[in-house]
Design a protein around this ligand. Sequence first.
Ligand code: NAD
Length: 491
Amino acid sequence: MALVPLAPETRNLIDGKLVPASNGNTFQNQNPATEEILGEVADGTKDDMLAAVDAARRAFDESDWSENHEFRAKCVRQLYEGMLEEKEQLRSIVVNEAGACVSLSGFMHVDNPIEMMAYWADKAASYPYEQPMSQVEFAGSLHGRLLRREAAGVVGAITPWNVPLYLNIAKLGPALASGCTLVLKPAPDTPWSATHLGKIIAEKTDIPAGVCNIVASSDHLTGEILSSDPRIDLVTFTGSTATGRRIMECAAPTLKKVFLELGGKSANIVLDDAKFEAVVPAAAFSCSHGGQGCAITTRLLVPRTRYEQSLELVKTAFENWNYGDPLDPANLQGPLISKRQQERVLGYIEKGKQEGARLLTGGGKPSHLEKGWFVEPTVFADVDPDSTIAQEEIFGPVLCVIPFEDDDDAVRIANNSVYGLSGAVTSGDLDRALSVAKRIRTGTISVNGGQWFHVDSPFGGYKQSGLGRENGLQGFEEYLETKMIGLPAKG
Ligand code: NAD
């Protein structure tokens, strides 16, 4: 599929202006499928980040942004319309810098995420910020009450590289719609998915100067200002659990609200009465986008009575899985984001072999793809549920197949994880599948193929998969404080 020529914004957005880094430095953006250097981007410094925080603080404290709900709704809608106008440029950016397959760009990377901004525009104006409550008696007299929700303040938003445009929108949308101001720091591997939004904000919206700042930087630690600076009220982070822990630590001295969307190691449970020929091969979808999705089900749990049949089905599916050039619409798997990530995934594959798992298929770099950070679709059988590859997030196209004895055993294995982000259960009996799903400690789960993902569905994890929820009403309310006002009784 042909993409429009790349013409990304390469400057940061600080206090309403598109600016180069204060020291003039830039860093390179690389295409992970071709290894080609795509271009440069402003390499934001700590001073740039401090200036962005300063601008966001002033915009929150000194303007009526947080109170003018109608104006905000108009501005967020302008952002939505601006993104629609720039949709093909955004598609070109995401495919080039993230190695995203064009086949997945509709629902996962570009079109669907852009539509989400319309939801946030509506929420800005329609949310009931003030709700009178019933009168109560206190110390012998009656009192009125007003429940008021107010914007949490200045938000520090930090995003990873795997679904960069969606994840930037998932933070910008509710933060702006709720009346917060913010500073967004994208991952260094995918800077343009953020800086180009800065251009749209600056050129196509009335969002006031300082309300939304975007600072790309090659230095991960530039982001640490967002979790430690006392002028930030809330830090929202999507990324690895290790970085999430560090963010909590940095946020602790100033007791910021912390909202974390972290890793996963989700289980796909196929019960013994399921249609195995249809369900098990679908486990190959865990290779979509190179397995670089936090909610992907990377542990396939099958009954021991149907273990050999399942292994055959899954092996065939993985060996017939289309992957390679992201521009080929037949492919659902492109490269991993970087050489570092490719090496990390290959390291996990070695670890799996060392720990005694049986490599069923894949396991290396594909010989037919000369360039790019690809890894073959890989399946391990006989995986010990306590082993490293069954416990740690690999973030690559690697599936672990684990047998179970009965439903209780499947639930026990699924819950044997520090994570709890997603999952799936399939059975010929919907009630049985649902009762198993209810016992899995996870924030989202699919039953018999049902899809939970939607801008209106709260998304997030149990345990070390995170704190709080993104999307939906709950996701919006993460960006609000609660004020309870006592009033004299009426009449
Ligand atoms: P990462 O934690 O290495 O980096 C994420 C972001 O944090 C980047 O912008 C990075 O520059 C920044 N960062 C790194 N160190 C920092 C620090 N000390 N202070 C502040 N910011 C810092 O994660 P990654 O490798 O870019 O992304 C992959 C991870 O993201 C996986 O674990 C995946 O599961 C997770 N993820 C979670 C979700 C979700 O919604 N739960 C969605 C997508 C990805």
